[in-house]
Structure formats: C-alpha cells, structure tokens
Design a protein around this ligand. Structure first.
Ligand code: G6P
Length: 754
C-alpha cells in the first residue's frame, strides 16, 4: 500500500516516539507490579481496623443487656439477642465465655474448634486473630464485657473476611485499568508531541534550505537512525552549495564547454536537456547550388547554440527553411554535428495561418512592441491569441514526446512561449522548467494593456526559474505579478509562491561563447581591414563605422543614421574620410511596421548620401541582407567603431560580439544606455540614442580616440566578456536548477513540497 506524504510523516513520528513509549511501558508495568501487593497490604490493614472498631462497637452495644440476661440465665433471650445482632451480614458468629473461659452461649454458626482461649497469632495482637476456616477466612475478636465496672466475661465476635478478598481483587483490577489508561494517554501525548517537534524541526530545515534562517546545530536525536538518509541529503546539499559558491564567487574561473559539461554530469546527474525556441539554429534552404545551411540573425540563437553544443540534448524549434522537411528523419529530427557530440534538432511544422497568428500576430505585433519602449503600439487580436495558445500547446506536446524521463530539464526561450511552462507542467509535473525572457519586461501599467495578461503570467509561473537579463526587468516582473495575480511574493529571495509551487525570478545576463568562434581561422585584423575597405572602394586610411542589426524599429537605426549625418555636419573634415556600414538583416518583413521601417531607412540613407556624396564617396553603405556570422565577424574586425544605438534592448549581443572579435585590442564601442549590455560594458561610450548631437559627438570621440585609450577600454571589456561568457550564463541557471531539484527531492522525502 502506498502511503500519502502525511501518512509517512505520521509513521515517522510514530517510529520516533516508540523510542520513548517502550521504556515508558516497562516502567509503568514494574510500577504496577510493585504497587498491587502494597495496596493489598494497605487495604487489609484498613479492613482489619474497620472490623476491630465494629467489634468494639457491637460489644459496647450488647454488653449491658447481655450481662443482665447472663445473670438471670435467660438462655432464650440471649439467643434472641445474638440472633438480632447477627443481622449484619458480615458478622458470622457470636459466643460468650465466662471468666473461667467456659463457652456459655454461642450462635449455631459459631465455628467448631474455636474456644474461649485466644489463639496465638504471629502479629502478637492480644484480642484479635485471623483464622482460615473451611468456610473461608474469618476475623475473630475477644472483647471483655463488664457491668458497672466489674468484668463479667468475654464476647467473641467472628466476622466473615471473604469480602476483603473480593474487595482486594476489585482494587487490583482498578489499579491495572488505571495504569493501562495512564499508559495509553502518555503514549498518545508522546506521539503527538514527537509529531509536532518533528514538524517543527522539518520546518526549521526547510527554512534553512530556503535560506531563511539558521537551524540549531544538530543535537543527538538528529543522528538517530531515522534521520540518517535525511542527513545524507542535507550533506549533499551543503556540499553542492559550497561548490556553487565556489563557482559563483570565483570570477577567475574560466567557464568553458567542459565546465558546463561537468556541471551537468555532477549536479544534474546527466539529466536530459531540452531547449525550446521559435527560431531554429540551422535553417536548411534550397539554393541554385543545392541545399544550404543558413544561420539566422538572432541573438537568442547566437547564445543558445554553443550551450547546446556543450550539453547535447534536443532543441525543439519551428522548421522555417525551404528545405527543412527534406533533411529530417521520420521523427522530424535532424542531427547537428558539433565536434564532440551532436545535438538533435526537432522541427515543428506550422501552417501559414498558425505562423500568421502566433508568430507575426500575437508574438510580434502584440508582445514585442508591448515589451519594448519604441513608441510602436501593440495590437492584440483574439484570433492571434487563439493561434498563440494552440501553437504553445503543440510545442508542449513535442516536449512531452521528446522527454526520456518524467523530470527533464527544459529550457524555454522567449516571448513566443509564455504559456509553455504551464502546459509542460501539466504534462510533466516533475520537469525542471527554466524560462528565459530575452527581451525587456515592462512596468505593470504597460503590461496591463494586454487583454490576456493574467493567462500569460499564469503560464509563465509554471516555470521553476524565470530568467531576465537585468534586475530591473526582474523587479518589473515581480511587480506585474503582484498587480495582476493572487500570489505570495518573497522579495528577499525573489520567489513567487503560487498554486502550491515556487518560482525563482532571477537575473542572468546573457552572453556569447568564449573563446569567440573563428578566432584561429579568421585572417588577422590588418587583412580584414584591407579586404573590407577594398570591397567598398575605400582607401587604406578610411575610417569605418559599423552597425549590425536586424531591421527592427527597436534597434535605433534611424537615430544612428541621423547621428552620422550630424557628425558630418559638425565635423566636415570627416566627409570623404568616414564611411558608415549598416548591415541590416531583413526581419519579420511580412509586418507593416517592419516594411515601413525599411522604406524609411533606405530613404534616409539616400538622403544623407546625396547630401554628402563627393565623387565616388558615399558616407553610408547600407547592406540589407542576411549575412553569415563568420562574414559579420570580419566586418567587426575591420571596423574602427561599432555603433549599438537600440532604443530598448534586453541585452544586445552585437556589442559583445564586437568586443570579442577584437583580439588586437583596438576599436571603440558606442553603446546605447537602453541596452542590458550597458550594465556590463562600462568602458564603451555610453549614449542616449534619442540625443542626436550627443551620439554624433561620441562618434567623433571614437574616431579620434588615441590608440592607448582604445586598448585600455577594449582590454577591460574583453576581460568582462571572457569571464561572463555564455557558459557562465547557462551554468548559473543550471546550478540554480540543480539546487531547486535537490530541494524538491528532499521535500518529497520529508513529505512536503517546498
Ligand atoms: C530577438 C528575439 C529572439 C528572436 C530574434 C530574431 O532577439 O528575442 O527570440 O529570435 O529577435 O527575431 P526572429 O523573429 O527573426 O526570430
């Protein structure tokens, strides 16, 4: 029979209390054993005294009429007097002896063999004797009778003693019942108190595990047998905490794919990792040269791919490439080679309507503008929402399909899947779901615009951990949950307690792989410089600025172009010398806001180019095309300055990629204060992209910055990106996940979910 958690807890309390109850039983039995004869003795003494008094009382009452009748020798009346007195059922017989010890009168019941001579008794009592006659034990008293002060004879009273035995037996019975009752009550109290103390102790342990308080050092009972497995778990947990601290505090540790792999092995015992994102890392497309693999322009993919290569596992994503279906197996799997061990890409197929409603509609016309302060209004339609729900459900089903155990670690990525954690929790209640929100989280008022805000929040709270890039986004999220849902929020531990589960909300600033890819295969910076300049017909000495973005209104591309224009106005010496290359990957082009952005960017570029063109010189070179990452890397290495002027950005990995690519420690980064990266890359020239002159001045400062200053700034930023690379990002989340998993296992053991 399977016991419930509560049942188990009671059983444990019972076991614990047996240790007190058994000695208690023994003690009480011994006590009862000693008490019964003592009580027997006492009651006998009380009864004897009682009979002595009764005998004296009867003698006193009889002596006067008796002596009178004896004097007259009236035998008949003496018999009548004796018979009257015998009405007391305990008085068995009466006899009268004269002074010469002759039995003169006696009742018929007077025992044979009993004479006027007082039998000697071991107690030495002069007037009383206890005899055992054939009819049972009797109490015999010899009381002198006197008349007017002269002794006349002796009255012998014989009392039946069998009632004493009866009463003693009754008393013994009552004592035994009393002791048994005492035993039961004390045992129950002991079990109850043990249960309460066990619960109290466990609450203490839980509080300590939650980091809420300190538990008293283990006293002796904690070392008892019942607690040994628990102690084992606790020790494992403490060891893990030490290890975590070591990893967390030691910024000098180099986080590599190997560190991540061993973390998975040691702390997650090699548990399966599943990643879910909308965008797939490898897109198979049909070209004239056959099927080719393309890599999307997505910060998310840039970050997750190296983690997946280190961890293997399965990545579930929308299959959006024209040749995607041609390369998958029967289970829609395609193996992605990655050096040591491959990982699997599981593709999900979406109909045009699904893509329209879930991806373009709800995700990119609704949530994307809702979360970015870029002055584009979100649009919410019921039909889009319905597709969003349906597609989230399809991905949840795929997760359940791919899971090889009931407790996989699932890394859910981004705003396309706010409902997914809750849906996964329903299918796989024991899964560890880490949900990472790659874009900013707005304040509660802004988020409140969404008609399905409660549903989205509830879905997200199916996660074990919800991650954001910055503390501010975590704070906004906690405030939003507080505003719209009934939950208990612990701000100190940054946790939300809801529907009997706990969700940790933490900031994990995302990053890129280190060492950067192609470090050993890319040509030296000088060569990249020459190659890029030649390809654009620029002179060797030309100064090159670079912008790399998706064509998205949040990236501040128009503001950046205006800053370039202002630079040329304010510093005309730069005309003919400075060229700005804008790489713009087409993005979400089916949406009107994106189409109109492209039109506006193209027209502004034309306008500036017309204004400042001198012979073959064009200040701005716009490349609207998806570039492969390796190619972008060569641009990074060739650019004197890289401009990241997002109006609002969760992190922005272009900034980190630029820094990582500059192994020559040259180049300057201009970085918007509205990016998550600005919290980390302090040596960049931080600008407000809305302030055109300020950005233009920063651009001028960058282009004229002395070499040594470039080196100092770049060196410091590179150290930061090296130490806080993407393996550290994933590692910190997995450490937290492992800790929570361990706690949950422990909680199940002690019969309570934390
Ligand atoms: C942002 C989002 C990602 C997305 C990327 C590219 O970085 O956070 O989830 O993959 O943009 O956008 P796309 O719509 O092309 O996937």
């Amino acid at each position: 029979m399977k016991l419930s958690a509560k049942g188990k807890q009671w059983l444990r309390s019972l076991k614990l209390s047996l240790r007190f109850v058994v000695p208690l039983v023994i003690a009480l039995v011994i006590l009862a054993y000693l008490t019964v004869p003592l009580v027997d003795k006492l009651t006998l003494r009380w009864f004897l005294r009682d009979l002595d008094i009764r005998s004296q009382f009867i003698t006193l009452a009889l002596q006067e009429p008796l002596v009178e009748l004896v004097k007259k020798g009236n035998k008949a009346k003496i018999n009548a007097l004796f018979t009257r007195s015998m009405q007391d059922e305990r008085l068995l017989a009466l006899g009268y002896c004269d002074e010469e010890k002759n039995m003169c009168y006696r009742t018929q019941s007077f025992p044979q063999g009993l004479s006027c001579k007082l039998p000697t008794h071991p107690s030495g009592h002069e007037k009383r004797s206890l005899l055992v006659l054939p009819q049972g034990p009797v109490h015999v008293t010899f009381n002198p009778v006197a008349y007017e002060g002269v002794r006349a004879g002796t009255l012998i009273l014989v009392h039946d003693m069998s009632f004493v035995e009866r009463r003693s037996a009754d008393t013994r019975k009552y004592i035994i019942v009393l002791f048994s009752l005492l035993l039961v009550v004390t045992s129950l109290i002991t079990v109850f108190v043990a249960h309460l103390s066990w619960r109290g102790w466990m609450e203490g342990v839980r509080a300590m595990l939650r980091g809420e308080g300190i538990v008293r050092p283990f006293s002796r009972p904690a070392r008892s047998e019942e607690l040994q497995p628990l102690l084992g778990d606790l020790h494992a947990l403490f060891r893990m905490r030490d290890e975590e601290r070591r990893l967390e505090d030691d910024t000098t540790i180099s986080w590599t794919p190997d560190t991540l792999r061993s973390l998975l092995q040691n702390q997650l015992s090699g548990d399966q990792i599943l990643v879910v994102s909308n965008r797939e890392p490898h897109i198979h497309v049909k070209t004239e040269r056959g099927i080719e693999v393309k890599h999307p322009a997505s910060g998310l993919v840039t970050a997750i791919e190296p983690v997946m290569r280190a961890c293997s596992g399965t990545w579930i994503a929308h299959g959006s490439g024209t040749a995607d279906r041609d390369v998958v197996d029967r289970d829609d799997h395609v193996s992605i080679p990655s050096g040591d061990s491959d990982y699997t890409l599981r593709r999900i197929w979406l109909t045009a309507e699904e893509e329209d409603g879930y991806y373009y509609g709800f995700s990119n016309e609704g949530i994307w503008p809702l979360c970015h302060i870029a002055h584009v209004r979100p649009v919410f339609r019921t039909r889009d929402w319905e597709y969003y729900v349906a597609v989230n459900q399809r991905f949840a089903d795929a997760v359940a399909d791919e899971a090889q155990s009931d407790d996989p670690v699932v890394l859910v990525q981004d705003y396309h899947f706010a409902l997914l954690p809750g849906m996964i929790r329903k299918r796989l209640p024991r899964a560890t779901v880490i949900f990472f929100w790659h874009i900013p989280w707005p304040n509660p008022e802004s988020f409140g615009i969404c008609p399905w805000r409660e549903e989205l929040l509830q879905g997200m709270l199916g996660s074990t951990i919800i991650g954001f890039h910055t503390r501010l986004h975590c704070k906004n999220f906690l405030e939003t949950v507080d505003r719209y849902l009934e939950t208990r929020i612990e701000h100190e531990s940054s946790t939300i307690f809801h529907s009997n589960m706990l969700t940790l909300v933490e900031n994990y600033p995302i990053s890129i792989q280190w060492p950067p890819p192609w470090q050993t295969t890319q040509p030296p910076v000088k060569e990249c410089n020459t190659e890029i300049r030649q390809s654009l017909n620029l002179g060797e000495k030309a100064l090159v600025g670079l912008g790399v973005d998706r064509l998205d209104y949040t990236k501040g591309i128009l503001e950046r172009l205006r800053a370039v224009e202002r630079l040329l106005e304010m510093h005309p010496e730069m005309i003919g010398t400075f060229t700005f290359i804008q790489i713009a990957a087409p993005s979400r082009s089916a949406l009107e806001d994106y189409q109109s952005l492209e039109t506006r960017v193209r027209s502004l570029v034309d306008q500036i180019n017309r204004r400042f063109a001198v012979e073959a010189y064009c200040p701005i070179c716009l490349k609207v095309k998806n570039h492969e990452p390796e190619e972008v890397n060569r641009y990074y290495r060739a650019a004197d300055v890289c401009m990241v002027t997002s109006l609002h950005d969760g992190m922005n990995l272009v900034a980190k990629e630029y820094v990582a690519s500059r192994d020559d420690e040259r180049g300057v980064l201009i970085l918007s204060q509205f990016t998550g990266a600005a919290n980390e890359l302090h040596e960049a020239l931080i600008v407000n992209p809305y302030h055109i002159e300020q950005t233009a001045e920063a651009l001028f400062q960058a282009l004229t910055m002395p070499d040594f200053e470039q080196r100092e700034r770049m060196r410091s930023m590179r150290a930061r990106v090296r130490d806080f690379n993407v393996y550290r990002w994933a590692g910190r989340m997995l450490i937290d996940a492992a800790r929570i998993r361990q706690r949950e296992k422990l909680s199940v053991r002690i019969g309570h979910r934390v």
